[in-house]
Ligand binder design. Structure first.
Ligand SMILES: CC(C)(COP(=O)(O)OP(=O)(O)OC[C@H]1O[C@@H](n2cnc3c(N)ncnc32)[C@H](O)[C@@H]1OP(=O)(O)O)[C@@H](O)C(=O)NCCC(=O)NCCS
Length: 168
């Protein structure tokens, strides 16, 4: 039997007001405000519109008391999925929203048939790396000077379905 690890269940209990739903165009003003507050090289409206219009795209927002508090852009192609973007309103960070979004992404990727979830993260983004490690992502590579100011990209992977070793 496949075993799906869903560590964010605890956050759901602690934060029942966090609701994950598909991103829509009307969310983009709030999403762009968070994006610009979080990243020096921010995605533009066109980047998000491309995800909204993509067949593979699964962009989602986290709502807290009815307001957009964070978002995650997931893309799924056959048996692989990737987290393209994740950010939480700086005023609301460290309250379980990032974990709720990432937990949703793991479940959604598995529901879409992906066995592997990948992502890239700045080696300087200690909070994000801590979050990914907590969810069981492991280092799979490094891209030197991939980001602005020569910052390296850490590549991380998480297998979503445990192999049934007896069946191999
Ligand atoms: C990374 C980010 C999305 C985390 O969102 P968040 O809502 O603050 O995270 P959560 O409150 O759900 O934290 C979940 C876990 O992540 C880790 N974590 C989150 N922030 C952390 C911090 N500042 N320092 C250390 N660990 C942290 C912890 O393991 C935490 O669990 P704990 O609170 O039980 O210790 C948020 O910090 C953010 O938007 N950062 C700027 C954008 C960014 O770097 N995005 C990632 C791009 S790859």
């Amino acid at each position: 039997m496949p075993f799906l690890f869903t560590p964010y269940v605890l956050d759901d209990i602690l934060h029942p007001m966090i609701r994950i739903r598909p991103m829509i165009e009307a969310d983009l003003a709030a999403v762009l405000a968070i994006e610009q507050a979080c990243f020096s090289r921010a995605w533009t409206r066109e980047h998000f519109l491309a995800e909204l219009g993509s067949e593979r795209g699964r962009p989602a927002v986290a709502e807290l008391s009815g307001r957009v508090a964070g978002y995650l852009c997931l893309t799924v192609l056959l048996d692989e999925a990737e987290v393209l973007n994740l950010a939480v309103d700086p005023a609301l960070q460290r309250s379980g929203i990032g974990a709720a979004l990432l937990g949703w992404a793991c479940d959604e990727a598995a529901r879409q048939g992906a066995g592997l979830l990948r992502l890239e993260v700045r080696t300087t983004s200690a909070p994000a790396i801590a979050l990914y490690k907590r969810f069981g992502f492991v280092r799979s590579g490094l891209r030197k000077a991939y980001y602005e100011l020569g910052v390296d990209a850490l590549l991380m992977d998480k297998y979503l379905v445990e192999e049934d070793v007896d069946a191999v």
